[in-house]
Design a binder for this molecule. Structure first.
Ligand code: DGY
Length: 327
């Protein structure tokens, strides 16, 4: 092992090809167990590594980053969302942070459409009845769902994933409306056949399906709260493949229980893997374990992007996917 190699610590298991390449290129310490790092392990890595490769299971808040050693220069997050990292605090300490944008959009959009179809067409109930042996054959009145074609899909956050969802929704004959910090370029809007609605409150009553694709920031925390949920039609469905905290989960469950919402498809939860039991067991709710971007292809691409960012940094250049503090 050459001492001139950058020392790199990886906090979770990554695809074998990615781990092998990291070991070839750098003085790499892998996590062979895939157990998320404890706070102590994370601090230890921050004090020994030149480069840390964390994932969303590693909370790198101000206090934790304050314990980083002077040798830590780069945090190359394996993932596109970085709300678990205090970018400002890292920046102040001279630590560059990068992410893996643009690689997960298509897979995440596929899963969003899968959730829309699942809840609107009642896949969960149909499959459960069949698998439990309760299905006695076709009936004209059984498992009646809601048609997708002609319905209005309201997208919050027209970034890469939002756009990929809009393209798919077009193919299903949905009408696409969206709310974003600002409208996208008119040509993109035309291509996506999407209409910008300036005020979120104006868009909510128009939605048959509301799909969230905004990052988790202080401004979007509980964006969908009791007041805004009440603006949705009782026949509307809510889909979330973004981050759990953008919805007030208790308010969402209340709305589902009161019947003021038709259903929900959720891939992410407010308390991570601690899913509120009130969400479980509901026929009109499809829950997935944060797997919207979970494809073999995406995970390898993410690893390659992480390596590219480290190599660029090693060569003395600005890594292409540097994340800067918000102004
Ligand atoms: C991300 O990258 O932020 C996804 O949510 C996890 O793959």
């Amino acid at each position: 092992m050459s001492s001139s190699k950058l020392s790199v610590v990886v906090t979770r298991r990554l695809p074998e090809a990615v781990e092998n390449r990291l070991v070839e290129l750098f003085d790499t310490t892998l996590n062979k167990t895939d157990t998320p790092f404890s706070h102590e392990q994370l601090v230890d890595a921050l004090q020994t590594a030149d480069v840390l490769i964390p994932t969303l299971s590693d909370k790198l808040d101000t206090e934790t980053l304050a314990k980083a050693g002077k040798q830590l220069k780069l945090i190359t997050n394996y993932g596109s969302g970085y709300d678990h990292i205090d970018i400002e605090a890292a920046h102040k300490r001279g630590i560059i942070v990068t992410n893996t944008p643009g690689l997960l959009s298509e897979d995440s959009a596929d899963m969003t459409l899968a959730l829309i179809l699942t809840v609107m067409r009642r896949f969960k109930e149909g499959s459960a009845a069949l698998q439990s042996g309760d299905w006695t054959g076709w009936s004209p009145s059984a498992f009646l769902g809601t048609s997708i074609g002609g319905k209005t899909l309201a997208i919050i956050g027209m970034g890469r994933v939002g756009m990929a969802v809009a393209r798919r929704a077009n193919a299903f004959g949905m009408k696409v409306i969206y709310n974003n910090r600002k409208p996208v370029h008119p040509e993109i809007e035309r291509n996506l056949n999407a209409t910008y609605i300036d005020k979120l409150e104006d868009m909510l009553p128009m939605a048959d399906v509301l799909s969230l694709h905004c990052p988790n920031t202080p401004e979007t925390h509980h964006l969908l709260n009791t007041k805004r949920l009440a603006m949705l039609k009782p026949t509307a469905f809510v889909i979330n493949t973004a981050r759990g905290s953008v919805i007030d989960e208790t308010a969402l469950i209340d709305a589902l229980e009161q019947g003021s919402l038709a259903g929900a498809g959720l891939d992410v939860f407010e308390k991570g893997s601690q899913v509120n039991p009130r969400l479980c067991g509901r026929n009109n709710v499809m829950l997935l374990p944060h797997m919207a971007s979970a494809t073999k292809e995406a995970r390898v691409d993410m690893g390659e992007k992480v390596i590219l960012n480290i190599k660029t940094f090693e060569l003395g250049h600005r890594p292409p996917d540097q994340v800067l503090p918000r102004r």
